[in-house]
Design a protein around this ligand. Structure first.
Ligand SMILES: Cc1ncc(COP(=O)(O)O)c(C=O)c1O
Length: 446
């Protein structure tokens, strides 16, 4: 890339470049999460408030990444920050049980009654790992089905068919044999998925699926797809597990399950549920969750041992999560109608803009989530996304960042927060228009 915006980015982010040159000496690739790296180097954040990120060079960005989509109320909402300040004075980590965790669990159960019982962990990756362990324990079967392109965190068992080309190994250090217990199905193609599931049905412990493919590129489900998978799982005595780590409390207060009419046996939550602090939650049917009851199942053979860990249910996370959910409950109408409206406005506006400019493009999304794909084909699954022009998307996102102070983590889905306003979407549309007109970026693709 040698576009003007790249030059501009480098010019504006000199201190970040210096920090990055130090970071590569202490972190592989200079980052602590692979997706946080982008070309030429990421800007280093010095602060965040509301919808805005500030970097160490004094630049400001309207944030569309919002902490890996976790920050539905924006950065540092007062209601959470004040409660955390109080809690910090009263202890950061107790390392034992506390009342606020019970309150948070009861709140979640009221909002999502299928969360009859739950277990808190510190990351979503742990929650999905425990979900499939519990499914195997319950069914006595071994195989886990997941979607091609489905992302459930870095847990080893689900590190299969995540990145294109999907049929290849996900990298070094993963034992090949592990893959034999994972079967991958094409998202949004029910017939083909059922055909695959049929071949492994006797040993199929569970199907685990994101209601909307998130990490793979923001693909909503077509009518009947998720419902068809659930029906198959239930008939087959396999568990149906919904990974709501992104969608839970984002698409609605009651989860994507309520929107799509699903009744998962188990489901996972994370992100928003921690109010900006680290969290993962495994929730579900009481009978199944009881397999993890260390009191009733004191002998090792009858217990399915799942975490927690050192930081699970810590009072800071529990407080931030509780205050966030309480705010969402009390302001349900304002929050969801606003962020969904802004999401629609972004999808519609961008679609119109690119169409008018003759640039083949599809803007996918649901509720407050959206992502642009430069593709001549309809985008229905992770393969379609991988085949779209990702280099162009990367460049478009960098141009927004460098020239207009608008931050999308390059190629990744956007998630709006309650702190965003209509004016932000207007600015995004104006900036996009300017990039289309001024830069040569889209010339060859149009
Ligand atoms: C659907 C889904 N499941 C699981 C995870 C993993 O969560 P964490 O990053 O907290 O481990 C993610 C993270 O983005 C996710 O999007």
């Amino acid at each position: 890339m040698q576009h003007d915006f790249l030059k501009n980015y480098k010019h504006k982010t000199k201190e970040s470049r210096r920090l990055y040159s130090r970071a590569v000496k202490v972190f592989p690739g200079g980052v602590s999460h692979n997706i946080r790296y982008f070309e030429p180097y990421p800007f280093f954040v010095s602060g965040a408030k509301g919808k805005q990120l500030s970097d160490v060079d004094g630049n400001k960005y309207t944030d569309y990444w919002m902490g890996h989509w976790a920050l539905i109320l924006g950065h540092s909402p007062k209601v959470v920050v004040n409660a955390l300040a109080e809690q910090a004075k009263n202890g950061i980590l107790y390392g034992t049980v506390n009342g606020v965790s019970v309150e948070l669990a009861e709140t979640i159960k009221k909002l999502m009654p299928r969360a009859e019982m739950m277990r808190f962990s510190s990351t979503g990756s742990e929650a999905t790992m425990y979900a499939i362990r519990l499914a195997r324990a319950r069914t006595g079967r071994r195989i886990v089905a997941k979607a091609i392109g489905g992302w459930h965190g870095f847990n080893t068992a689900l590190m299969q068919t995540v990145n294109y080309p999907f049929e290849e190994e996900e990298g070094l250090g993963l034992v090949q044999d592990e893959g034999q217990f994972v079967e991958s199905i094409p998202f949004n193609n029910l017939d083909a998925s059922l055909k695959v599931l049929e071949t492994v049905k006797d040993d199929l412990a569970c199907i685990i699926i994101e209601p909307v493919l998130g990490g793979a590129g923001c693909v909503p489900p077509i009518d009947g797809y998720l419902q068809g998978l659930e029906e198959f799982a239930k008939k087959n005595g396999s568990l149906f597990i919904l990974d709501e780590i992104v969608t839970g409390f984002r698409l609605s207060l009651h989860g994507a399950a309520s929107i799509y009419g699903l009744e998962p046996d188990l489901f996972t939550l994370g992100k928003i549920a921690g109010g900006g602090m680290p969290i993962g939650i495994l929730c579900g049917d009481k009978d199944i969750m009881s397999l993890a009851d260390p009191v009733a199942r004191a002998d090792k053979e009858s217990l399915c041992a799942i975490g927690g860990g050192t930081f699970s249910a810590n009072p800071m996370t529990m407080t931030a999560g509780l205050l966030t959910l309480n705010f969402l409950k009390e302001n349900k109408q304002q929050v969801y109608s606003k962020i969904d409206r802004l999401g629609r406005m972004a999808r519609k506006g961008l679609t119109k803009l690119f169409a008018e400019s003759g640039i083949p493009c599809q803007v996918t999304g649901e509720g407050s989530m959206f992502l642009t794909h430069f593709s001549k084909n309809v985008v229905m699954d992770a393969t379609d996304i991988a085949n779209s022009n990702r280099e162009l998307l990367k460049a478009y996102h960098l141009a927004l960042m460098a020239n207009h102070g608008i931050f999308f983590l390059p190629t990744k889905m956007a998630a709006l927060s309650f702190a965003h306003e209509e004016g932000d979407i207007k600015k995004l549309l104006e900036a996009t228009k300017k990039i289309i007109i001024d830069s040569k970026l889209f010339k060859r693709f149009a």
